[in-house]
Design a protein around this ligand. Structure first.
Ligand code: PEP
Ligand code: MN
Length: 338
């Protein structure tokens, strides 16, 4: 941490800051220039709140240098994390993995038809919500355990792994036999009790960025899971809320290279929720791949016009196949395979 004192700060004021830093466990290095004094403080606790120093008399500026997380930081694993799954699939390596399927599991026919088509197009994961976080309590809430069973059966039939959302602690145990990757949704990104519980299991977690969460907050949420001992966490950009209303959310493509620089964890992009519009999904998926994502999460529905949730942002299967072909052309240009 660097503390710049105001020009003309008195010795008493400077000593007061040094004293506070020492009490808080810092080692302090002082450099006195002609204009002002700058203090370098090292060795603090990771959760130190810099406002404690900012508010002291004659302090001009405080700058934090170390990250507030340790396990998710890139320095912890400079080569990056590769999360391994069954079927030889891994996320975080050279190959970009596509996860596709409907927003919600609605019926056997819907899911199996979708699974067959996304598998044929090259997806490696089948997505689909069995427990759905809906903005309205009157909207379709998902098929629950029945949906989980259908996901597993369809996944196994078409050679796909299964990713689906967990909404509360009580569902974890029930989901374990059916799920390869636990999705933690945007609305639950800061559900700290749920994050802690997911730290105790030994199955990978797909952690989505909250609707109004900063990148640092996303990383701190991931830190909860790693701190519990589960290092298989994959992050996901799914759009954030801004003043723009044309799209459902604003797809923050820049979060991809930023997260890849700050953290060793693999990064996924979800252009479906990121834009909320079918016609914008492919361009954002292509951009996310070019920006360095390790996986893509895409909503596909065999009959989007009849979908019980997120129909307008779900691709028709033919659109998904076309997108996969485009992604196969882009991947080698950025040193990736798909
Ligand atoms: C979903 O993937 O269907 C979903 C609900 O996503 P999010 O949590 O990003 O809104
Ligand atoms: Mn959805």
């Amino acid at each position: 941490m660097i503390i710049a004192m105001q020009p003309g700060a008195s010795e008493k004021q400077i000593d007061n800051v040094i004293e506070r830093l020492v009490i808080r466990g810092f080692e302090v290095h002082r450099s006195t220039g002609e204009q002002q004094t700058v203090l370098g403080a090292v060795g603090a606790k990771i959760d130190f709140d810099i406002r404690e120093i900012e508010l002291l008399e004659a302090v001009q500026q405080v700058h934090r240098i170390s990250a507030p997380y340790k396990l998710v930081g890139r320095t912890f694993r400079p080569d990056g994390t590769v999360v391994k799954f069954a079927n030889g699939v891994s996320i975080g390596g050279n190959e970009v993995i596509v996860m596709a399927g409907p927003c919600s599991v609605e019926s056997r026919e819907q899911l199996f038809s979708c699974a067959e088509q996304v598998a044929q197009a090259g997806a490696k994961f089948l997505r689909g919500g069995a427990f759905k976080p809906r903005s309205s309590p009157y909207s379709f809430q998902g098929l629950g355990v029945e949906g989980l069973k259908l996901l597993r059966e369809a996944g196994d039939r078409y050679g796909l792994l299964v990713v689906t959302e967990v909404m509360e602690i009580g569902q974890i145990e029930v989901m374990l036999p059916y799920v390869d990757l636990f999705q933690l949704g945007a609305r639950n990104m800061q559900n700290f009790n749920l994050l802690r519980e997911l730290g105790k299991i030994r199955k990978p977690v797909l952690l989505k960025r909250g609707i109004a969460a900063t990148i640092e907050e996303l990383l701190l949420s991931a830190e909860y899971v790693l701190a519990g001992g589960n290092y298989d966490v994959i992050l996901c950009e799914r759009g954030i809320r801004t003043f723009e209303t044309y799209t459902r959310n604003t797809m923050d493509i820049s979060a991809i290279p930023i997260v890849k620089k700050l953290s060793h964890l693999p990064m996924t992009a979800d252009p479906s929720h990121g834009t909320g519009r079918r016609d914008k999904v492919a361009p954002m998926a292509r951009a996310a791949l070019a920006a360095g994502c390790d996986a893509l999460l895409i909503e596909v529905h065999p009959d989007p016009d009849q979908a019980l949730s997120d129909g307008p942002q779900s691709l028709y299967p033919a659109q998904f196949s076309k997108l996969m072909q485009e992604l196969r052309m882009i991947a080698p240009a950025v040193g990736r395979s798909i």
